[in-house]
Write a protein of this length. Structure first.
Lengths: 352, 352
């Protein structure tokens, strides 16, 4: 049954939830989205794999990118959708078919937006980053993502969360010399040698930085520690894994240099890194959007796909229906009031 | 074929090696040992499970306990025995059928020792301590182990290693509060909280203590460390496992109190403990034995079964043929010169 875009946002969200689309199985939902949008003559449609890009080309002064992923985590007794009172339940209702429904309705019905819009519906967000359709597009077709502002419609409880912090993981390794613990003076204990590393972590004072009026609060934490050979052996290796969450005014290179400074004198190996995203609230389009939405704009601390826009130099914010605490949960749900509010807010902002 | 005790120590060691006796499979060797000793009218034989005790009862002023275990670790391509030049190869040749052969010959042929002797041939030494025949005897028939000095004939390269250090393991656990690492200020990092624990370990100055002219050198080492929930979580628990090797002038209670003092303010859980053994070199019998053996008497750092005698208040030393570095190795072996020297030294000491 084709997707009907001549309906309300609650019905459309339910219809999207009812199309199973676990990661790597997005063929059906991508086909349905492409078919539903292809009848809109004001949109130029392009498809890359299971990622659908629909653009208005009205020659407006500004262009905004509105993005949402089509895939979900595996079902957990929460398929298909179920409407109970003011709440729509079901897999993906919160993360993030509610946001996708809003974007699809805007794409179909706001035919003459005051800002040009690029809608991006992508696959592979809930699994390893190599499958991420938005990431693929950023690498292979950055022209399709060009714009002045990006809005990622992930659940934010219908409030604006601007930018996001970067994240970096590194291993700090100490070495020693193995010996029988009964003759420990013959060896050198690598776990003991971690003492100054933990001391630096314990006394580390994280930076707080103001960007566009938002306070980003960094953090440097040990997230793992390991060492030991056997109960009677002085260990010759120990490792502490740290996770550095850094404000978006630092590049990944800056963050790496900072870790090298903090742990100077120790071997540090970078294992994982993703950039932050600038909030871009000083830009007119973003400021106007924030004014339309109202309420407090918050900095985003957790890393999200908005950072995919960073490499393209596009400020990005998170804004969508649903409480993110219920993402990936069996009792995933979205309040229909938020679906309606987010839809009307976005429609108003695109129209005025 | 019954064990022939009217032979030399090399032939007898080879014969013992050729009786397979992996731990928990000591029936055959225990039967053979019991049968071989039962013809000696100067010995009183008792058997508990697969542990054979043979005693002289001459009313001497002193009694010495001479002990050796009958079991071996699993074979590793080194069964049966193989004599090559001056070296006897094979499973258990070093650990410790050479020592058992010496003890059996002494038991059979030194019919009127100047010191009463209790020979103990026991099972279950190479596996979990619950199976240890000597330990069972110490708990259930301590009367059979009574004496003024114990000699455990484990391999010591034919030199005296006196007493042994105790060993104790404990976990030191820190707790915190879990949080997403992107909002780490919401939590409390248990790994960071280990910093003072590692600091105390790193700056710990181990005691050196003189006992009967021997210097025992203690050691306190982290032998394991672990913590961490996931790469994006501030961990709420971390554990460091320490191993304390303590000189035999400390009881286990003393050692435990010491650890509690060192790690005051932290939760400490004792997981494993075994007492040390006093060297007893100031006793006339031990001093005489040391003089007979000659060479340097060394303190024993690694824990051995001599400590089984500690609970009975009996000083104990390690003395036997074979280099302990080859115990449990595929190329396990014993020099026949050591077999002969240890045998003649022991025979002389029991006879004069």
């Amino acid at each position: 049954m084709p997707l009907d875009l001549n309906t309300d946002v609650v019905t459309l969200t339910a219809a999207l939830v009812d199309i199973a689309s676990e990661s790597l199985d997005e063929q059906q939902i991508a086909d349905d989205v492409e078919a539903a949008l292809s009848t809109a003559s004001h949109l130029k449609i392009e498809r890359e794999g299971h990622t659908i890009v629909a653009r208005t080309e009205l020659g407006r002064a500004e262009r905004v990118v509105i993005a949402g992923h089509l895939d979900t985590v595996p079902a957990n007794g929460n398929f298909p959708s179920r409407l109970e009172g003011e709440i729509l339940h079901g897999l993906g209702s919160c993360d993030m078919k509610g946001g996708v429904a809003v974007a699809l309705l805007l794409a179909a019905h706001v035919t003459e937006p005051v800002r040009d819009v690029t809608y991006v519906f992508y696959d592979g967000e809930e699994i390893a980053s190599e499958f991420n359709g938005l990431g693929k597009l950023a690498r292979t077709r950055p022209d399709l993502l060009a714009g002045d502002l990006a809005i990622l419609m992930e659940p934010t409880d219908a409030g604006i969360e601007a930018g996001c912090q970067g994240t970096m993981r590194a291993d700090i390794r100490t070495t020693g010399e193995r010996a029988h613990s009964a003759r420990s003076w013959m060896g050198s204990n690598a776990i003991h040698a971690l003492s100054p590393v933990l001391d630096r972590l314990m006394t580390y004072v994280p930076r707080e930085v103001d960007i566009d009026g938002l306070t980003y609060r960094e953090g440097l934490n040990a997230v793992g520690i390991s060492g030991g050979v056997a109960g009677n052996v002085v260990p010759d290796e120990a490792i502490v894994t740290v996770n550095f969450r850094f404000a978006p005014d630092r590049t990944e290179d800056d963050a790496h240099r900072h870790l090298q400074e903090v742990f100077e004198g120790f071997g540090l190996t970078l294992t994982d890194s993703a950039p932050g995203a600038m909030p871009g609230l000083s830009q007119p389009s973003t400021a106007a959007f924030a004014a339309t939405v109202g309420g407090e704009v918050k900095p985003k601390f957790g890393w999200t796909d908005v950072a995919q826009f960073t490499v393209l130099g596009i400020p990005a914010i998170n804004y969508g229906p649903g409480d993110p605490m219920f993402a990936h949960k069996a009792d995933e749900h979205v309040p229909i009031e938020q679906l309606r509010r987010v839809h009307s807010t976005m429609a108003a902002w695109l129209s005025a």
